[in-house]
Ligand binder design. Structure first.
Ligand code: PXG
Length: 438
């Protein structure tokens, strides 16, 4: 460790207990394949693929080469009124990998920007169609849609909202974490009826005031909640029936993690708008994407005025940044050429068995999984639901395993290139750490 306590002070770290971290820093110095190197020179297994970002493993040569030659050739290109070829190539690749009916791609720089862009696209769509009163959003309790202004409002994680209040006009359907489904493997059979709660909110607010419903097909941050069978279909039906747009936030489920390219593909429900980020560049360079159907894109084009006018007054300095596009093209090529989706599918049952072997360990109250994602709920210290997962995370790190903790859960999401020994090593480390908790 080369940084002094003083040197650690200036950086206000995101979603981190700054006071604890600066007393006990966990500094990462390198990454390769499924492992990090830390400041003590230890190899640490990457049990969450970064932050759900690096499924193809770290240090992929194809991405390193694409990014370095892009920086040398065209490091930046103005994204407003001018273009570069890579963004068009990437948009076509994204359209190829997402379900039929999603044909136009708007680029952003992160998941949070992607969500706020999607919400604006939805409101602008209705405004363009002469229904400017359709302004409200329906999210879901426990939903995570990033931390920007709109995303916090439609999100349903209490801790992320209490300091900021209700930021946009939004209401929420119930979450699907049900007592009846504890220790369920994959999709629960029970719970589709909860989609009907959307009908109740539509009665309350009236469809004429609702722009869109936004859900993660599988809730990630809340602790990996796979959708009950039939649930997403029902949401789709209700949205179609009431002329409300359906947004799938696929920032985590997008591109491979479910054992399919997208959650929409895996669960066979196509939204009107899909949001992507994270895995799109294998985490190497920030990039997000909103993918929409032709009816939305064409509505903007038809209402855009003279053709030199901007149809959608929105965009970021770094939208479709050439280096990010180069990284994404290389990352998506790896995903396809290395058949990583098939690898996830092959490893998913092994991962499922391993994760569920933790049932009965101290403090474990529930385990859920899908593809290469799992969430484990832990019993609370009185009044401190987040403490045990934090303590568990630190114990795992001491043993050379990085896992993610948040709220009363821990999350596991190993890289798509993981092997059986690595899965067993990860689960053993979690099991031993649970045994050591008090
Ligand atoms: N939507 C979803 C579904 C996400 O999971 C975002 C939006 C926001 O993305 P950005 O790039 O703005 O962070 C996310 C991010 C965790 C964890 O602990 C999850 C995320 C980020 C960090 C940690 O599960 N998801």
């Amino acid at each position: 460790m080369t940084l002094s306590k003083d040197e650690l002070e200036a950086h206000w770290m995101p979603f981190t207990g700054n006071r604890q971290f600066k007393n006990d820093p966990r500094i990462i110095t390198g990454a390769n394949g499924a492992y990090y190197t830390d400041a003590k020179g230890r190899q640490v297994f990457d049990g969450l693929s970064g932050l759900w970002t690096c499924g193809a493993g770290h240090g992929r040569e194809e991405i390193v080469n694409a990014v370095s030659s892009q920086v040398a050739n065209l490091d930046y290109s103005p994204g407003f009124q001018f273009g570069h070829e890579l963004s068009f190539k990437l948009a076509n690749k994204v359209v190829e990998l997402t379900p039929k009916g999603l044909d136009y791609v708007f680029f952003t720089d992160s998941g949070s920007e992607t969500i706020d862009t999607a919400l604006k696209i939805a409101r602008g769509y209705w405004c363009n169609r002469g229904q400017a009163d359709k302004t409200k959003f329906i999210g879901r309790i426990k939903g995570y849609h990033g931390v920007n202004y709109g995303g916090v409002g439609v999100g349903g994680i209490e801790f992320n909202r209490t300091l900021f209040g209700q930021t946009v006009e939004a209401d929420h359907i119930p979450h699907t974490l049900l007592e009846e489904n504890r220790y369920c493997r994959g999709m629960p059979d029970y719970g589709a009826h909860l989609a009907d709660k959307l009908e109740e909110l539509i009665v309350l607010h009236d469809a004429s005031s609702i722009a869109a419903v936004i859900v993660e097909p599988l809730s990630g941050t809340a602790g990996v909640l796979p959708p009950p069978r039939g649930y997403l279909h029902r949401l789709r039906e209700i949205c179609t029936e009431h002329d409300i747009l359906l947004i799938f936030d696929e920032v985590i489920t997008g591109f491979g993690r479910m054992g399919a390219m997208t959650g929409a593909g895996e669960f066979r429900v196509t939204p009107d708008i899909m949001t992507l980020a994270k895995q799109i560049t294998n985490g190497t360079v920030p990039l997000g994407a909103v993918v929409v159907g032709a009816k939305i894109y064409n509505t903007y084009m038809e209402n855009g005025g003279p053709d030199y006018m901007v149809e959608f007054p929105h965009g970021y300095t770094y939208s479709a940044h050439p280096v990010a596009c180069a990284a994404a093209i290389a990352a998506l090529d790896i995903l396809v050429n290395d058949n990583l989706v098939d690898k996830v599918k092959q490893m998913a049952p092994i991962f499922e068995d391993a994760v569920h072997s933790l049932k009965g360990r101290p403090f474990v109250t529930d385990i859920r999984n899908y593809g290469l994602a799992a969430g484990i709920s832990l019993g609370h210290y009185p009044g401190e639901p987040a403490r045990r997962p934090f303590e568990l995370g630190l114990k795992c790190f001491e043993k050379g395993f990085y896992i993610r903790w948040g709220g009363d859960t821990i999350q596991l999401a190993p890289p798509f290139i993981v092997n059986t020994d690595q899965i067993n090593g990860l689960i053993n480390a979690v099991g031993e750490s649970l045994d050591e908790l008090s």
